[in-house]
Write a protein that binds this ligand. Structure first.
Ligand code: AHR
Length: 554
């Protein structure tokens, strides 16, 4: 039986969404319809500041993610900035991308950062971690890493966007000294070390000041097949006496796969064996969760359990959301385990890989390994997941959607001069205003929906989301997961006076709707101005929709 660990080892809208009428009550009719749901924002129950880094991304040197997706080369006819795809940079600026993780994923524990510095023509070609899964027809760069993109190019990409780099160090196949020297290359002051001189020779005299560092990746699997105790020993060794050059290094420990509570518990037990100081070295505990098993409980087998990205029925839609919704329990569960060791909760959760994972076959670029076609279903999934993170601001310090382009839950697809923003990419647009906002406890009341699950009736919640306030700007995002039923919700903002309000939403009459290179605007955000002035009004949430209400308060 193949599981994910083994696998990695081997290598037009219907009715427009409307503000119906201002200032009406819970059961009052609007356009002759009764509000069936209610969203009440509790302004006096702040939950904490939403870390902008929850809106983070993940880029691995894997198939078409890096080569073609991000890097096209300086001499390419594809519009680029210093070899980096221009349209991608422009949209990432628009969504205010905050942090980007690189170079993996599993690739990270096979990567030697020293191969990716110095003059490009002198850099070695190396076998990519993912080579076994590449087809013979794949571009050579997908099998044999040309190292055209190394630390300089990646950090430059981040700086062009205005994002922070988050680098994952190799614990499986490089010594701790290589990690220490990578930090030195990136962060030692101009003129201070030989590596600072090497950086300056490449045109980067000033230190990169990289703050976020992963100590390995999935160390329970492709990152070394460690036990939690073994990994904890490695973590202590790799994190001891790293040079900081005046800035804090935020070290992220390789965390559990989904609900492996034991990993978190055993890792922390061992880290603390040498004393409480061990905790001070950990900024974040990574957590990975992919929603892949759409078998409705029939199998746990990695290949057989997967569903199709494009061919699915409503039951598969709900099963995916059900798998994704587990994230809330994973966040609270691992947080609970952390509290056994860290009562003050210095260590936060870093969900640095999340998203749906389908079987191969829907990729826009044939041969792009792990690439899949994101649909409206994935947009709803992503909105739901971001809302979960927003509701736990004190726990989740960072999250990275897997992966940015030409891969799993991608925001973008690209092939040579073709580029398209997927429905997932548009979700990040809709949710950007939550970044840095004060998360507010919000009560979503809505009837459950019911669907047929192999002859049994299954239930799922009817409307859920999150709310945040930054200055006088209130953002409420919510998901209507029903494939067929709209929700009419009263928005209750007790005591609030509204200057102006609008809503952006993503939906489509076809739950399979997606954007392709030829039809790039099938699923795009729509905007509606709302005429609300006081704290209670009613909004319709279309079936299968994600809605962002942007309300400016007086
Ligand atoms: O995102 C694809 C792979 O999934 C990553 O390389 C690995 O960390 C995870 O298992």
């Amino acid at each position: 039986m193949l599981n994910r660990r083994d696998f990695l080892q081997r290598g037009a809208l219907g009715a427009t969404a409307l503000l119906v009428a201002p200032k009406i009550g819970w059961t009052t009719t609007a356009n002759s319809r009764v509000a069936d749901s209610r969203i009440e924002v509790l302004f006096d129950e702040p939950l904490g500041i939403i870390s902008p880094n929850i809106y983070g991304h993940f880029v691995e040197n894997l198939s078409g993610v890096l080569y073609d997706g991000i890097w096209v080369g300086e001499k390419s006819p594809v519009p680029n900035i210093d070899g980096l795809r221009k349209s991608l940079i422009e949209h990432m600026r628009k969504i205010k991308a905050t942090v980007i993780r690189f170079p993996g994923g599993c690739f990270a524990d096979s990567y030697d950062w020293r191969d990716g510095i110095g003059p490009a023509e002198k850099r070695p070609r190396r076998t990519n971690f993912w080579v076994n899964g590449e087809s013979e027809k794949a571009p050579p760069s997908h099998r044999y890493d040309p190292n055209a993109v190394g630390t300089n190019e990646f950090v430059h990409f981040c700086k062009l966007i205005g994002a922070e780099p988050y680098l994952a160090a190799n614990v499986r196949s490089l010594p701790a000294s290589a990690f220490q020297q990578w930090v030195e290359y990136c962060n030692s002051p101009a003129g201070s070390t030989t590596l600072a001189d090497a950086r300056a020779a490449a045109g980067y005299a000033e230190p990169f000041r990289v703050k976020y560092w992963g100590v390995g990746n999935e160390s329970w699997g492709c990152g070394g097949e460690f036990t939690p105790q073994e990994y904890a020993v490695e973590f202590r060794r790799y994190s001891t006496w790293l040079p900081t050059y005046g800035d804090n290094l935020n070290l992220i420990a390789s965390g559990p796969n989904t609900d492996d509570w034991n990993w978190t518990r055993e890792f922390l037990t061992e880290v603390l064996r040498k004393g409480p100081g061990g905790l001070h070295r950990i900024y974040g505990m990574a957590l990975h969760h992919y929603a892949w098993n759409l078998s409705r409980g029939k199998t746990k087998e990695w290949v057989a359990g997967k569903g199709d990205a494009l061919k699915f029925d409503p039951v598969d839609w709900y099963e995916l959301l059900r798998e994704g919704e587990r994230m809330e329990n994973l966040v609270t569960g691992h947080w609970q385990v952390l509290s056994e060791f860290d009562r003050e909760h210095r260590v936060k959760l870093v969900v640095d890989e999340w998203g749906p994972w389908y079987r191969p076959g829907s990729e826009a670029t044939p041969g792009d390994q792990l690439e899949q076609m994101p649909t409206l279903r994935d947009a709803v999934f992503s909105g739901m997941t971001l809302d979960i993170f927003n509701r736990h601001p004190e726990k989740v310090a960072m999250a990275n959607c897997a992966q940015l382009i030409n891969c799993l839950n991608s925001l973008y697809l690209a092939q040579e001069d073709k580029f398209v923003i997927t429905p997932v990419g548009h979700i990040f647009e809709l949710y950007a205003s939550h970044q840095g906002g004060q998360s507010l406890r919000t009560i979503f009341s809505s009837p459950n929906l019911h669907y047929d699950r192999d002859g049994q009736s299954a239930a799922f919640w009817g409307l859920r989301g999150s709310a945040s306030l930054r200055d006088k700007n209130l953002t409420i995002t919510a998901v209507n997961p029903s494939t067929s039923e709209p929700r009419l919700a009263e928005i209750a903002l007790k005591g609030a006076s509204i200057k102006e309000a609008s809503m952006n939403f993503l939906s489509n009459a076809d739950i399979h709707a997606h954007n392709t290179f030829d039809q790039r605007e099938v699923v795009v955000p729509q905007t509606k101005r709302l005429s609300a002035t006081e704290g209670n009004f009613v909004v319709e949430f279309l079936p299968a929709s994600v809605v962002a209400l942007n309300i400016q308060l007086n």
